[in-house]
Design a protein around this ligand. Structure first.
Ligand code: HSE
Length: 401
C-alpha cells in the first residue's frame, strides 16, 4: 500500500518518520508493506531525508491508483477540505489530525467516504497520541456513553500547572511558554478555549451520533484565571483545570468548555503539564480514563499512522462511524445549576453573602481578599447577580466534581 502525506509540517514529518522507522514492524503486524510515495507541500526541503518524495501537484496523488491512503496533516478548512473530499471521491481513505476540519465537515466527509467504499479516520484530531476515537467507536460500543470530560489542550494545561506550582500569573507563564516554543506565537485558539471546544464537540458528536456544532458550544478560556485563584483552590484541596465537559441528557446535550475548580478526588486532578486526559462515563462500565500526550510531533503522528494501518487492513471497505449530519440540540447553559467560586475584595464579602446566601467563606491567612463558594445557583442568576455586585468580585470560577 502506498501512502501520500499532504503537509510536511511538524505532524506530517512525524508521519513520514513513523512509517519509515517502524516499517518492518508495521509490515509484520499487517502482513503488508506500507510506504510513503508522495509528500505534498508548497515548500522545497533541500537536504531532507525524504526530499525525493516531495511533490507540489496534488493531481499526482489523486491520479495515482497505487495510492490508497492519504494523510491530511495540512490544517485549516480550505484547501484541506477540498483535497480531502477529492481523495475520498476517488476511493482513497483519508487519515487526519485536523480537528478544525473534522469539527466543521466531519459528518459530510464520513458520508463521502462511505459512498466511495473508503474511510475517513481522525484519531489524532482529539488528544493527539491518546487513543480515544477508537475506544469510543470500538471498545466501548456496548456502552451508552453518558458523559465525557476532558483536559483536551496541552498548552493551557502546561500554563495552569506552572501557575499553580510557581504562583506565577497567566501573562508571565504564557510569555515563557512562547519563548520555549510550548505555546504558539498566536496563542488565541489554545488560551481562549477554541481548540478544546473543537475537540469536545467531536467527542460529543461521537457520544450522541449527531452533530454537535462547535460554534454553538459555550467556550471560556483561561485568560482570567489568576495565581491568587490557585491559592484558594489549594486551600480547598482543589486545582483549576480547563475542561471540555459534555453530558448526554437524552433529548439534548449539555456541553461547554471552561476553567473548573476540581477536587483532589477527581481523576483529572493529577493530569499536569502538557498531558491530556479524557474521562468517559459509560452506563455499564462506569468511568474509564484515557491519558497521555495530547500534542507533539511523534505522539500525534503515531495516531495518524495507526489510522493508516486500519485503512490498509480494511482496503476497499468503509470503516463505519456513527455521526450523522443531524444537529444535536445543545442545552441552554443559562439554566444549568452549579456551585461557583468567587474571589472577593475584603469590602465586598457582605454584599456577596447577601447575593448568594448559604455559601461558604474561604479565608487564607495573610490575604486581603477572601474566597466564597456559593450554594447551587442557576448560571443565569449567578451572572445577573455578579453584574450587580460589580468590582468587588475579583474572580469567578465554576466548581467541578
Ligand atoms: N495546541 C494544541 C494543544 C495542540 O496545546 O493541545 C494539539 O491539538
Amino acid at each position: 500500500m502506498k501512502v501520500a502525506v499532504m503537509g510536511y509540517g511538524t505532524v506530517g514529518s512525524g508521519v513520514v518518520e513513523v512509517i519509515a522507522d517502524n516499517q518492518e514492524l508495521i509490515a509484520k503486524r499487517i502482513g503488508e508493506a506500507v510506504e510513503v510515495k508522495y509528500i505534498l507541500d508548497i515548500r522545497e526541503f533541500p537536504g531532507d531525508r525524504f526530499e525525493d518524495k516531495i511533490v507540489h501537484d496534488v493531481n499526482l496523488i489523486m491520479d495515482d491508483p497505487e495510492v490508497g491512503v492519504v494523510c491530511e496533516v495540512m490544517g485549516g478548512v480550505g484547501v484541506a477540505y477540498q483535497f480531502t473530499k477529492m481523495a475520498l471521491e476517488r476511493g482513497k481513505s483519508v487519515c487526519t489530525s485536523n480537528k478544525e476540519l473534522v469539527a466543521k465537515h466531519g459528518p459530510e466527509l464520513l458520508q463521502v467516504a462511505a459512498a466511495n467504499h473508503c474511510s475517513y479516520l481522525f484519531e489524532a484530531s482529539v488528544g493527539g497520541g491518546i487513543p480515544i476515537i477508537r475506544p469510543l467507536n470500538n471498545a466501548l460500543t456496548a456502552e451508552k456513553i453518558e458523559m465525557i470530560t476532558g483536559i483536551l489542550n496541552g498548552t493551557t494545561n502546561y500554563i495552569l500547572t506552572k501557575m499553580e506550582r510557581e504562583g506565577a500569573d497567566f501573562a508571565d507563564v504564557l510569555k515563557e511558554a512562547q519563548e520555549k516554543g510550548y505555546a504558539e506565537r498566536n496563542p488565541e485558539a489554545d488560551v481562549e478555549g477554541h481548540d478544546a471546544c473543537r475537540k469536545i464537540s467531536i467527542l460529543s458528536s461521537l457520544m450522541t451520533g449527531k452533530t454537535v456544532n462547535s460554534e454553538k458550544v459555550y467556550t471560556e478560556g483561561i485568560t482570567k484565571v489568576t495565581a491568587s485563584d490557585f491559592v484558594y483552590a489549594k486551600a480547598m484541596g482543589r486545582s483549576i483545570k480547563l475542561l471540555g465537559m459534555s453530558c448526554d441528557q437524552g433529548d439534548e446535550v449539555q456541553v461547554m468548555v471552561a476553567p473548573s475548580m476540581i477536587s483532589n478526588q477527581n481523576p483529572l486532578y493529577m493530569v499536569s503539564d502538557v498531558f491530556n486526559a479524557i474521562l468517559v462515563r459509560g452506563n455499564m462500565l462506569g468511568d474509564s480514563m484515557y491519558y497521555g500526550r495530547g500534542a507533539g510531533k511523534l505522539p500525534t503522528a503515531s495516531a495518524v499512522v495507526a489510522d493508516v494501518i486500519d485503512c490498509v487492513k480494511n482496503a476497499g471497505k468503509n470503516i463505519p462511524c456513527l455521526w450523522s449530519p443531524e444537529e444535536a440540540k445543545i442545552a441552554d447553559i443559562a439554566e444549568v445549576e452549579r456551585k461557583f467560586f468567587l474571589r472577593v475584595s475584603a469590602s465586598g464579602m457582605d454584599a456577596v453573602k447577601a447575593a448568594f446566601p448559604g455559601g461558604q467563606v474561604i479565608t487564607v491567612e495573610g490575604r486581603e481578599d477572601a474566597g466564597y463558594v456559593t450554594a447551587s445557583v442557576k448560571e443565569k442568576e449567578f451572572a445577573a447577580k455578579c453584574e450587580t455586585l460589580g468590582d468587588v468580585v475579583l474572580s469567578k470560577i465554576r466548581m467541578g466534581e
